[in-house]
Design a protein around this ligand. Sequence first.
Ligand code: TXA
Ligand code: MG
Length: 348
Amino acid sequence: MTEILRVRGNRPARGKILQAAEVIRKGGLVAFPTETVYGLGASAFNPGAIRRIFEVKGRPRDNPLIVHVADPDRVETLASSFPARAKALACAFWPGPLTIVLKKRDSVPPEATGWGPTVAVRMPAHAVALSLIESAGVPLVAPSANLSGRPSPVIAGHVEEDLAGLIEMILDGGRTTIGMESTVVDFSGRVPRILRPGAVTAEDMEAVIGDAVVPGVDETGPAVPKSPGTKYRHYAPQAKLVLFAPENYREEISGFLAGHRMKNRKIAVIAFKKRHIYRDCLNIYAGCEPLAVAGRLFQIFRSLDALKVDLILAEPYLKEGGLAGMVKDRLLKAAGGKAGLRDEGLIF
Ligand code: TXA
Ligand code: MG
């Protein structure tokens, strides 16, 4: 049985938080809201509880977890070094949607870090998350609270859909504000690298540290760990999702739909411009501004799964700068890393 407790507002009810903290202390799993997505929390120092997180999510064991803290001073107890520039970022963006990868201390269980040499740390900007961590008295490992490969949950109902009966408790704090996962920046190598784009952008970070923050993983450098999470299909609806190149995309989508009208397939098109309507399909407007799209996209994926749509076509997301990079990243990952109809060899 999964207990669901409603904890709304900036001052979450003390009694409910204490109940949840007790579950964590006993080695249980509690899903809780953050400002990005819901996390599935366990004590970062309980290897048995951490193993259960991997089991219930069906997550590959080499994919490390983020350790959530309620106080930046805690980092020193998890990481063997906290470089000045990383500390400056923590100062500027914590609590907030930024995860910092550092060299780990031996005290962090290897189960939490995929047996790798680094640990990812973040202080979330959410009253429920922070008071849960404080009350539990330990940092919490917390991946997104979805089954592995499914879209991250942005409301408690999504967590219930995936994990009801498998975990002890869900703290329902309403809809998360950002709707997509935190930026992951790696400080364990020679230069800071963004392993996953999120609401804190490269420009935001460069403005604080005055140095370049580069995207991607270091393929040439010595033993710089990658974000293992990036090698798995992510954030994905069950239906195949196909992206289109910016050139002539409206004609390409319309042509594709015309060719498939008779095939009895349920096709949805996700559009980022309100006036774009395509014939003979389910038209979904996902918003235009990046924050609006971020807040809706994973919910749209889940709704299309519920409708048993066969195929999802997505217009190209044409905005640039700011949070647009995060939105494009999640669309590309949902499409399995492939952009464009021709890449897919989609002939029915
Ligand atoms: O916004 C978020 O980050 C949410 C909320 C709950 O905090 N959490 C989240 O966790 O998205 P998860 O496990 O779904 O994604 C964590 C990502 C994965 O891609 C993982 O591979 C990467 O961070 N990661 C974790 N530890 C790492 C490490 N030591 N080195 C490199 N990448 C790491
Ligand atoms: Mg995840």
